[in-house]
Design a protein around this ligand. Structure first.
Ligand code: MV4
Length: 482
């Protein structure tokens, strides 16, 4: 299949990230943009760019039909959806293909199946993949729910089948709370997703979130690119990711990799996907769900495995065979990623809107910044406030952490608050450095004072250094006289 020109149905750093690889492969690029993004770097970076509507995403980046129209008018061969927006919209993927354009992603059937947690559980059932104790059907009968909960044992977790990002989840500690929590979960799921199906799982109290990157071609080959550790998150928003995980043994890694490729097989997966697992304190792992897109944190996997995942996405979308074999893949070094959000860590991570008065990226060996902004730009209020991803790569975990701390210092942002100081907090924290942490890290250890104290400590050190320098200068000045 030919792919001379692709349209990137996205904005910000990921649009640029995808175009970079397209250019490397000699493929022409088309950007789409909203009125708020007229001057955005992704628009200038593309070979052609088309405005598709007003700022709100539902009048621009979410308008699938409009985007397909643009693609057809410009003779586009393929559409890359990035992440978010239309990336996991099965109807869009289907419409793209119906219009004779390649969707750079899985078939709509796989997207649809994995979009429903219950359908996903059903699909992987026969593949012998570890799952959290629980049920795999929607439940509405409170009596039945109580019986099941008592059988698996409290605490339990009620989840929405159509849910994501923790929405519609409720922890239930005891039978007396079950009925009310279940009704709340159902009504929440109904209003948020238009689907009130909920199910029950044993609640894993201190889990780690470990996910496996997979890639599948249309010839039945499925590879995995090892794991990413994503436990450092705040209210279901990931902030720090790393690869490999500090706690996986080669044996566990292989078992999880095999489980992940089986999940991909179960839904006839094609393209880049991520299989999410929970890992409990005893290092048992359980399949949670599969994301059928390229993820934000894909760079850490690229760095440790030495592949360009977007290049592979485009190649398998063209119908090419994956040339690499699983046994040829190995982990080299260690990578860390910090998501740089325009949010104020001292003020409950509220979006910090405004103008990037100063914006200078760190550079150097082992530092990669996937960025979508530049100095002088206003940060639009309409979209996700992520400015960039700061990624470091070292021979060891310690090296990647040290490089990250230096890169954060070299990253200059003025005009808005960012999560950079929060990054310093995480990468200096002894629980993080020891590798001994779970999904409760932020809740457990973070408070704005932690950054305040750190700032004060730094200010104190700076004052002492200045004072010392002052006395030294005084001495020097006096020397010739005495
Ligand atoms: C769980 C869990 C504990 N036990 N399932 C949160 C979002 C969704 N993807 C699944 N999530 C969880 N499912 C069981 N049976 C804990 C979480 C969870 C979590 C998972 C991954 C990363 C961060 C999290 C934060 C809170 C809860």
């Amino acid at each position: 299949m030919i792919m001379n020109k692709i349209l990137i149905a996205n904005r910000g750093e990921i649009a640029i990230r995808v175009m970079r690889t397209a250019k490397k492969m000699g493929i022409k690029t088309v950007a789409v943009y909203s009125e708020a993004d007229r001057n955005a770097p992704h628009v200038r970076f593309a070979d052609e760019a088309v405005c598709i509507g007003p700022p709100p995403s539902n009048q621009s980046y979410l308008l699938g039909d409009k985007i397909i129209e643009v693609a057809k008018a410009l003779g586009v061969d393929g559409i890359h959806p990035g992440y978010g927006f239309l990336s996991e919209n099965a109807d869009f993927a289907e419409a793209v293909e119906k219009n004779g354009i390649i969707f750079i992603g899985p078939k709509s059937k796989a997207i649809r199946m994995m979009g429903s947690k219950l359908a996903a559980k059903e699909a992987v059932k026969k593949y012998d993949i570890p799952m959290v104790p629980g049920i795999d059907e929607a439940i509405t009968d409170v009596k039945k729910a109580k019986a099941i909960a008592n059988k698996i044992g409290f605490p339990i977790l009620i989840k929405a089948s159509a849910g994501g990002g923790g929405k519609g989840m409720r922890i239930v500690d005891k039978e007396a709370d079950l009925e009310s929590q279940m009704n709340r979960a159902i009504s929440e799921a109904t209003s948020a997703f238009g689907d009130g199906s909920v199910f029950i799982e044993k609640y894993v109290t201190s889990p780690r979130h470990i996910e496996i990157q997979v890639m599948a071609d249309t010839h039945g080959n499925i590879l995995h690119f090892f794991e990413r550790e994503c436990s450092i998150q705040r209210r279901h928003q990931k902030v720090v990711e790393e690869a490999p995980s500090y706690i996986l043994t080669p044996k566990l890694r292989e078992e999880m990799g095999i489980a992940a490729t089986k999940v991909a097989e179960a839904c006839d997966f094609v393209g880049a996907g991520t299989v999410e697992f929970l890992m409990d304190a005893d290092h048992n792992f359980y399949f949670l769900e599969m994301n059928t897109r390229l993820q934000v944190e894909h760079p850490v996997s690229e760095l440790i495995s030495g592949v360009d995942l977007v290049e592979l996405q485009i190649k398998v979308a063209r119908g090419e065979k994956l040339k690499i074999k699983q046994k040829d893949l190995a982990i080299h070094g260690h990578a860390m990623e910090l998501r740089v959000y325009a949010e104020d860590p001292l003020n409950d991570f509220l979006p910090s809107v405004g103008k990037l008065e100063k914006y200078v990226l760190p550079t150097g060996e082992g530092i990669r910044v996937d960025n979508g902004f530049e100095q002088g730009m206003d940060i639009p209020i309409y979209y996700d406030p992520m400015l960039a991803k700061l990624i470091t790569y070292g021979k060891t975990r310690e090296e990647a952490i040290a490089l990250m701390l230096r890169a954060i210092e070299d990253y200059v942002v003025e005009g808005v608050q960012t999560t950079l100081p929060f990054g310093t907090f995480v990468f200096q924290h002894k629980a993080f450095k020891s590798g001994n942490f779970d999904t409760h890290f932020v809740k457990k250890y973070y408070s704005p004072e932690a950054i305040h104290n750190h700032n004060e400590k730094e200010a104190r050190i700076a004052a002492l250094v200045a004072l010392n320098q002052y006395f030294m200068d005084q001495k020097k000045l006096r020397l010739p006289i005495n």
